[in-house]
Design a protein around this ligand. Structure first.
Ligand code: SF4
Ligand code: SF4
Length: 235
């Protein structure tokens, strides 16, 4: 599902960290900023992430409908910021894929935005999010996202781009969202296939956001982890 390994302004991570150390700059506080004399964006990590267990997902799209509802006030698959794709030619558990925003450490989408609409929101746990009032709909953020399917969507109604904000800005949800609050997809999934975690998954591992959320009841109905090709990370 990954196009290519995301780079830190064209550097690998180790070189990037050396540059940071040499400059004495840390990215633990404050919003994103350009490292002086470079084209490197330094940004604090998101405090929250969504992970999924594709062996549990049954493709009911409840999460997609709920995502659209709390953000836009209507249930529309095309307005959902979480995406489920079904592949009729694959067998379980590879017949369904769920695409969640990785809240990337180096967020190429933030780096690409020419008007700082796609930004790091320090009020809401450093999530990578888009300010609709600033977005000009140029879609450069979509082009920059290194994952397939892209984790941002062009909204044809508003003619702006949107992305998962961990429910930080949900006008139709009567609960606090964002890190520390409610994530609607996590709440509505009838089989608990989505989870919110604070620990950052491995950024460049295409399977790191696919985790094992199963419990011993799966063993009792005859499954073993060997039935699945999924990453065995526990959350
Ligand atoms: S579409 Fe909007 S958020 Fe994306 S790069 Fe253009 S202005 Fe920024
Ligand atoms: S939209 Fe894409 S590039 Fe931006 S934070 Fe999410 S996964 Fe990373």
């Amino acid at each position: 599902m990954q196009n290519s390994e995301p780079k830190f302004g064209g550097m690998d991570r180790r070189t990037f960290l050396k540059v940071l150390a040499a400059s004495g700059v840390t990215a633990t506080a404050g919003a994103a900023f350009m490292l002086p004399g470079t084209n490197l964006m330094v940004m604090p990590n998101s405090k929250g992430y969504l992970v999924v267990d594709m062996a549990k997902c049954m493709g009911c799209v409840s999460c997609m409908m709920a995502c659209s509802m709390v953000h836009h006030g209507e249930s529309s698959l095309s307005l959902s910021r979480i995406q489920i794709q079904q592949d009729a030619f694959q067998k379980f558990p590879d017949d369904i894929h769920m695409a969640v925003c990785h809240q990337c450490e180096d967020a190429p989408c933030v780096n690409a935005c020419p008007v700082e609409a796609d930004h790091v929101d320090i009020v809401h746990g450093n999530i990578r999010t888009i300010d609709p009032d600033r977005c000009i709909g140029c879609t450069q953020c979509i082009d920059a996202c290194p994952w397939l399917p892209k984790r941002l969507q062009f909204n044809p109604k508003t003619r702006k781009v949107q992305k998962c904000d961990l429910c930080a800005n949900t006008p139709y949800l009567d609960e606090k969202g964002g890190p520390g609050g409610t994530q609607t997809c996590v709440k509505v999934c009838p089989v608990g296939a989505i989870s919110y975690v604070e620990k950052m998954p491995k950024q460049h591992d295409p399977y790191a956001y696919n985790v094992n959320l199963r419990d011993k009841s799966w063993v009792e109905v005859g499954h073993t982890d060997k039935d699945f090709k999924l990453n065995e990370g526990k959350v």
